[in-house]
Write a protein that binds this ligand. Structure first.
Ligand SMILES: Cc1ncc(COP(=O)(O)O)c(C=O)c1O
Length: 290
């Protein structure tokens, strides 16, 4: 999907083709930065406050001082949509690096963070939301601070590529058989009417859709057990689903050679998908027809 022509850089709006960076840029050379991806429905951000809060948490964790406050950030993101007259379903990608400076591991003094954000269309993935997806299991070889949404995504990229090469949608990551999350989403197992997922420690990214799911489960009186499950548990799972801003709440119907709930999305997954559509004020609802 093509990028809308006006992008945000620092606190200005410019044509996307006019943006360039020096080759000595800390995001490029060290992955020394953070990012966010926020869903847009009908030209409106979904879970914007949650994402901006996480962006500032990530920045603080790696000692980047964002040169404006959360309110200004939110205002700039709204302006980005307005300036592009965007009214579709889409997403924004926003990145903040420590800045441009001669290459040195030590933080440069008095450097200004490099900030940019751009938006693009992203239609809902009707096929995967309806039918569910196949996945692989994959060793979680990431660092210890996965709660930081850092630019260092090589283990995630390699895991997702392996999934793709196996005709699968996602890679479910595990540390010695303990399931953490997926390469770019959180993962949940349903057993006997309860939903299990990894606790929000430093081993996973604290998903914004996960926060919404916690609300939906409370409203539906479905217990959420924040306990990690094992790869072995998947064999006996009633349902499995994953969540992210771009995947929403997607049923998982297979992990490696194990078929989950006869290969059909389960009823708790469907309940949560309906709650999501309502919460995100999605006008063209898929779930009503399912
Ligand atoms: C590793 C990882 N976990 C979980 C998520 C889900 O986060 P969110 O619900 O905020 O999109 C993402 C999203 O990109 C991710 O990259």
């Amino acid at each position: 999907m093509s990028v809308y022509s006006t992008i945000l850089t620092q606190s200005e709006f410019v044509d996307k083709d006019s943006l360039s960076y020096p080759f000595e840029e800390r995001g490029l050379q060290f992955g020394d930065g953070i990012y966010e991806v926020i869903r847009i429905y009908n030209g409106e951000y979904y879970l914007l406050t949650e994402h901006v809060d996480r962006l500032f948490r990530s920045a603080e964790a790696i000692k980047i001082n964002i040169p404006y406050n959360k309110e200004t950030m939110i205002d700039l993101l709204h302006q980005l949509i307005k300036k592009n007259n965007m009214t579709n379903d889409g997403k924004v990608y926003m990145q903040i690096t420590r800045g441009s400076a001669p290459r040195d591991h030590i933080f440069p003094q008095d450097v200004t963070p490099n900030i940019y954000a751009y938006i693009q269309d992203l239609p809902r993935n009707e096929k995967t939301l309806e039918n569910g997806v196949k996945t692989i299991s994959h060793r979680d070889s990431r660092w210890e601070n996965c709660y930081i949404k850092s630019l260092n995504l090589l283990p995630n990229v390699l895991a997702k590529q392996t999934a793709k090469e196996n005709s699968c949608y996602e890679a479910i990551l595990h540390r010695d058989g303990v399931v953490t999350e997926c390469s770019s989403s959180n993962i949940y197992l349903v057993k006997d009417g309860k939903v299990y997922t990894h606790p929000t420690t430093n081993k996973i990214l604290h998903g914004c859709v996960r926060m919404a799911i916690e609300r939906f489960l409370k409203e539906e009186n479905i217990p959420l057990i924040e306990e990690a499950f094992h790869l072995e548990d998947i064999k006996h799972a009633d349902e499995l689903f994953l969540s992210s801003s771009t995947s929403e709440i997607t049923p998982v119907i297979q992990v490696d050679h194990v078929v989950v709930s006869n290969g059909e999305p389960g009823s708790i997954t469907r309940t949560l998908q309906k709650a999501y559509e309502q919460d995100a004020k999605i006008t063209k609802k898929l779930m009503e027809s399912i």
